[in-house]
Ligand binder design. Structure first.
Ligand code: 0RQ
Length: 509
């Protein structure tokens, strides 16, 4: 079935994934499509991984610099990392093999804000881009490329790369045509102009990517579904967090601080975020909109329920079951979903203008409301900052959420001092755990500490935090943000030494 490639010139470039992989030289930079395990190339990365393994077996070094939109799937990050083919990677990663290599010091990882990847590439600070490997839904007769289920940085990779390899994926529904909005008005300073978008539903670009046909060196045809992990049924903690959050939003509407249809919603990755969105189905809000970077199952359910009028995102990020169902009826969603480049979905100017309500997960928060989204015990990366910084800094209300403990209670996610800070306390306005919701807006550091300890901490750790805070009030060098310097990170070092932040039975540790 060649019907997905309507241009004869493009059809002449169809070849096997193995042949396409031979066009990529060692020690070069490759920009790939993909934002979550949606719309990422699979056949060429798998063939490339096999080639890298063969080269390594023959004693020849072969490593690449890899740029993507955000996390991708096992056939890309997983396969290339297992082949030890990634020298350097940016941005957000959630692949376990990559994570392991990064934490062992065997892979360089530049964890940058997702909105800033494309501008940084244009600025030239990342170096040249040798090859782009981009999954598309089809090629039109005029050579325009129909995007797939994620947009990410594809526009920029296609524009910047010296050579382009396309994967035309027959699994993607051709009805995707018309769902995307690819903005071609971005420029570097001093030539930047306001982005002409005032509502989440505005369209300011084109439905397809442009790409100089002379740069296209190979086209590989594939037929493979997106492969996002499924979601677990929300647990008691997820439901409690969702309950606190919905009560807060209702309260804000009652107080007249939010309109009855709220403001555009952003929701991060993970099960808790998914549970919050599912909870909105039964909440008393109508005519909702979303301005976000991933559309998970909960947001689709909200769309299907009619409560959510439309969603703007850079990617669909659906469980395998829902992904198949949505893919079959893609045309039904074309008027309610807009997929954009990530530099637009996560743009500070637009997030600030629209007044987005940002809801993101966290690793830990300290009593002053500084949030760590990325590092476990200060030094091991979990995933990355992703879009959380883009949204938190510019949101109308910036909310972070997590269960109050992790690893079966051995870790308190509320700590005296964050072991790494991604979001400073000024960018964190509301903290939610299953224990409760702390509205930190307008509070001083000492007022925040009292609210966080009393409202968010787990009962096991609350007395320990209260004790630390009381002693900090008595013994800190300064009293704006009371801190016991020698003790601030002792909870983390105790965990690394003993496997628990709690004191042992004899009070030792
Ligand atoms: O690890 O799977 O090994 O048990 O972190 O934690 O509780 O399942 O929560 O899926 O919501 O993820 C911050 C990682 C939370 C995510 C983070 C361990 C925990 C588990 C996952 P296991 P949960 P979630 C838009 C916004 C940054 C990017 C972002 C994230 C694993 O939300 O990556 O916000 N955010 N992007 O056990 C040690 C702690 C821990 C901990 C959790 N305090 N100490 N381990 N874990 N807290 C989306 C994009 O950017 C694409």
């Amino acid at each position: 079935d060649r019907s997905r490639i309507a241009s004869p010139g493009h059809r002449a470039k169809v070849m096997s994934a193995e042949d396409a992989a031979l066009l990529i030289a060692p020690d070069t930079t490759v920009g790939l499509s993909g934002f979550t395990a949606s719309g990422y190339p699979t056949a060429v990365p798998l063939a490339l991984a096999a080639r890298i393994e063969a080269e390594h077996a023959a004693g020849r070094p072969f490593r690449l610099r890899i740029w993507t939109g955000a996390s991708t799937g096992p056939e890309l990050d997983g396969a290339l990392a297992k082949a030890d083919g990634i020298e350097f990677r940016l941005p957000y990663n959630s692949d376990p093999t990559c994570r392991d290599k990064i934490n062992r010091g065997q892979m360089e990882y530049f964890d940058m804000h997702l909105s800033q990847v494309a501008p940084a590439a244009w600025q030239g600070i990342l170096g040249p881009l040798d090859t782009a490997i981009i999954q598309v839904t089809g090629v039109r007769e005029d050579g325009a490329l129909i995007p797939a289920s994620s947009v990410g940085n594809n526009k920029t990779w296609l524009d910047r790369a010296s050579q382009v390899i396309l994967e035309v994926n027959r699994w993607q529904n051709p009805d995707l045509l018309g769902m995307h909005d690819i903005y071609y008005g971005a420029a570097l300073p001093p030539n930047r102009v306001p982005i002409p978008l005032i509502r989440s539903s505005d369209r300011i670009g084109e439905p397809c990517f442009r790409c100089d046909p002379d740069k296209i060196v190979a086209i590989v045809e594939t037929d493979r579904p997106d492969r996002n992990a499924g979601f677990t049924t929300p647990g008691a903690d997820d439901l409690a967090i969702a309950g606190h959050l919905l009560e807060f939003l209702e309260h804000e509407v009652k107080k007249g601080r939010l309109p009855p249809s709220l403001l555009p919603l952003q929701s991060g990755v993970g099960n808790t975020a998914n549970a919050v969105l599912t909870g909105l189905i039964d909440a008393p809000f109508d005519d909702l909109t979303a301005w976000t970077e991933v559309i998970q199952d909960g947001m689709m359910a909200l769309l299907d329920s009619g409560k959510l009028r439309m969603a703007s995102s850079t990617a669909l990020s659906l469980s395998p079951e829902l992904s198949e169902r949505v893919n079959r009826s893609m045309g039904d969603y074309r008027d309610r979903i807009i997929l954009r480049s990530q530099e637009i979905s996560n743009h500070s100017e637009l997030i600030r203008r629209l007044g987005v309500i940002a809801m993101n997960g966290m690793i830990e928060a300290d009593i002053y409301g500084n949030v760590n989204s990325t590092h476990v015990m200060g030094s091991r990366i979990q995933n990355g900052i992703g879009g959380s910084g883009d949204f938190a800094r510019n949101a109308y209300i910036s909310i972070f959420m997590s269960a109050s403990t992790a690893k079966g209670g051995a870790i308190s996610t509320i700590v005296p001092h964050a072991s790494h800070v991604d979001h400073i306390n000024q960018d964190v306005q509301v903290l939610v755990t299953e224990q409760g919701l702390a509205d930190l807006r307008g509070l001083s550091p000492k007022q925040r500490a009292r609210a966080v300890i009393e409202t968010c901490a787990h009962p096991t750790y609350r007395p320990m935090l209260a004790d630390y805070y009381a002693r900090a009030l008595a013994g800190s060098w300064g009293l704006q943000t009371p801190t016991l310097l020698d003790e601030a990170l002792s909870w983390h070092s105790r965990f690394v030494r003993t496997g628990s932040m709690a004191f042992g039975p004899g009070g030792a540790g």
